[in-house]
Structure formats: structure tokens, C-alpha cells
Design a protein around this ligand. Structure first.
Ligand code: 13P
Ligand code: SF4
Length: 335
């Protein structure tokens, strides 16, 4: 359903006009969760109150794995569109809703399907590995999907003499080339949140906090990854901080992760890596932050906006996601 139709339906109910303070959103969300046998999935970049009310909070891989096995009737995806779309590809008969259809992703948008198809057609001998941050159309053009948690394992599972196109993130692709010794052909896309960090301000923070460790998500730029003592996915960063004896960390990923990191490590000092913009001290994803408790409630109540995918496209996209899940779950392949 298009955004305007979904919005219109909500407007018709008059619900958007009810004053916010008259609704106990948490209580209503809990009621609807039971009534509708719904499961609420949230990414670590979501607002704290959304993470706190979710049934499951995870990184992109864990969320896809959860979606692949849930028996809930309705999946409520508090994340961005490609995540809800992945859940729908895996669950065509279930209703998949998200709080705000405008919650997109700059990285997914950096790979338009028509341009990517032309790129792929120009390199017919290449296998295509795409990061999960892509549209269903790109997944349909992909051989194997990956996330930042399993990307290295996926690349290492491919014979060394097989040329690879990696899309859409040039920073993750560059880092993977370095890790695996491959020379993958990289699509020139990026995440605006992870490219906004200021290396100068981060290094200044390090001077002020000499005992701090810089840790970073691999969507960050090469110059930042070079000074990081640990590089990993959101769940990797969380595990690293929990298991490290270090007391202070400068964390270079979307600032929403600090909520769970603080919960896991109440005594540690966690500093969000700053951007060049001196008016703010962290990097936030404007798409992730579109979701609010109120919109979460509304999407559960009205089951809108929901994700629909045309069946032929879904089947094509499904193959590349299933291949990712098979390789990820294969104990015989090294991580
Ligand atoms: P992970 O959850 O795989 O670490 O990815 C981060 C991200 O950019 C999600 O949009
Ligand atoms: Fe996309 Fe970057 Fe936001 Fe993740 S943080 S959803 S990659 S724009």
C-alpha cells in the first residue's frame, strides 16, 4: 500500500488528531501484541523506548534470522524499510508492518536497481554479493546476501578464483577486501551516518581520553577503521565492549547502540563518536529515528503501513537471502 493510502486510512479514523497525552502507548502496544499475536522486532539504532518494548532487539542478521523462524501472525518491524521487506520476503503469508514507511536507508538508496543491473550485466562472470541494506529489486539481482556480522564468512565461502561484485557499501567492501585478500569489484555506495564521523574530532577525543579504545562499524571510512582497535557489526561491538577489560570506549556507529551498551555496561564510559557538525556530538540515522512509540502503536492498531512484495520479485530475492542463511548456519565454513 502506498504511503498516501495508508495515511488516508489513518486520517479517516480520526486517530491522528487524538492528543498524545490521552493514550498510554506502552499499555496499548502490550494489549495489541497479545490480541494480534504480534512480535515486535527492533534494531539497536531504534529509540530507547522502542528497544525497551520490543520482543527482540538485534543486529540486521539476528533480526533476519528471527524473522525466518517466528510463528507470530504479525511482524512489527521497528527498523528501516529494507529490514521489514526482508522479513516479508521470508514470510509472504504474514502481515509485516513498520511504524513509518518513510524510514528508508541512504545506503540502500545508493544502489538504484536499473543502474545496478547495467553494472552487473557488464560483468557477467562475476558473482554478486550484496549487503542486506538493499531493496528487494537488488536482492533479486544478487547471488548471496550478507550482513556486517557474516560478510567475511560469506566471502570466504566463495572459491578464490571466482570474481565477485560487492554492493552497495564501498567502505564495507574495501574492509572485506583487506580482511580476505580478495579484489572484489565494489559498487560506489555508502551510509551517510557512518561517513559523517570526523576523524579529527575522534582523534582529539582520544588525546583527551588516552585510555579509551576506538571501536567502529565497518560501514565507516578507511581512515577511521585504521585507528579503530576493534571493527564489527552492531552485535560485534556490543559483545566486544561487554567482554573487554577496557573502561572507556569511543563508539563509531549510530548513537542508538549506546542504549544497550549502557545497559550491558553501567560502569563503563561510552563516548559517541562525533561528526564534523559541532552542534551535535554523535551521528544519528534520521531514518531509524522516524519511528516513535506513537507510530508503533498506530501501525499495530491499523496494521498499516504494511509491506507488500510482488511474488515473482519475492521468489528471486528470497533465493539470495536463503543462501545467506544457509552459509551462516553452516558449521563447516570458517567465520
Ligand atoms: P548491523 O545491524 O548489521 O550491524 O548493520 C548496521 C546498519 O547499518 C543497519 O542499518
Ligand atoms: Fe541505512 Fe546508515 Fe541508517 Fe543503517 S545507519 S539504516 S545503513 S542510513
Amino acid at each position: 500500500m502506498s504511503l498516501s493510502k495508508a495515511q488516508k486510512k489513518l486520517q479517516q479514523t480520526g486517530f491522528l488528531d487524538i492528543p498524545t497525552d490521552q493514550i498510554d502507548y506502552a499499555a496499548e502496544i502490550n494489549r495489541l501484541r497479545k490480541e494480534k499475536n504480534a512480535v515486535i522486532l527492533a534494531h539497536y539504532y531504534q529509540r530507547p523506548e522502542i528497544q525497551d518494548i520490543a520482543d527482540f532487539v538485534g543486529d540486521s542478521l539476528a533480526l533476519a534470522q528471527y524473522a525466518a523462524k517466528t510463528d507470530a501472525d504479525m511482524i512489527v518491524f521497528a527498523g528501516v524499510h529494507f529490514m521489514a521487506e526482508t522479513a516479508k520476503i521470508l514470510n509472504p503469508t504474514k502481515k509485516v508492518v513498520l511504524p513509518d514507511l518513510k524510514a528508508g536507508c541512504s545506503l540502500a538508496e545508493s544502489a538504484p536497481a536499473d543502474k545496478f543491473k547495467a553494472f552487473k550485466d557488464a560483468h557477467p562472470d562475476h558473482l554478486v554479493v550484496s549487503y542486506v541494506n538493499t531493496s528487494a529489486e537488488i536482492k533479486a539481482l544478487t547471488d548471496i546476501v550478507c550482513t556486517s556480522s557474516n560478510a567475511e564468512k560469506i566471502i570466504r565461502s566463495i572459491p578464490e578464483n571466482q570474481p565477485i561484485i560487492f554492493a552497495p557499501d564501498r567502505n564495507l567492501g574495501d574492509w572485506l577486501n583487506k580482511q580476505t585478500g580478495r579484489n572484489m569489484l565494489l559498487w560506489d555506495g555508502a551510509c551517510m551516518v557512518h561517513e559523517a564521523f570526523s576523524i579529527d574530532r575522534i582523534l582529539q577525543l582520544k588525546v583527551e581520553n588516552p585510555d579509551a579504545e576506538i571501536i567502529a562499524h565497518p560501514e565507516s571510512q578507511r581512515h577511521l577503521l585504521k585507528v579503530a582497535s576493534y571493527i564489527g557489526s552492531t552485535s560485534g561491538l556490543l559483545d566486544y565492549v561487554k567482554n573487554s577489560p577496557t573502561q572507556t570506549f569511543i563508539v563509531a556507529t549510530e548513537a542508538g547502540i549506546l542504549h544497550k551498551m549502557h545497559q550491558d555496561n553501567p560502569d563503563k564510559i561510552l563516548i559517541a563518536a562525533p561528526t564534523a557538525d559541532k552542534t551535535c556530538n554523535c551521528s544519528e540515522c534520521e531514518y531509524m529515528k522516524l519511528n516513535t512509540l506513537r507510530k508503533l502503536y498506530l501501525c499495530m492498531q491499523y496494521e498499516l503501513p504494511d509491506v507488500e512484495i510482488e511474488e515473482t520479485l519475492r521468489i528471486k530475492a528470497l533465493k539470495s537471502i536463503e543462501r545467506m542463511l544457509e552459509i551462516t548456519n553452516s558449521p563447516s565454513l570458517k567465520s
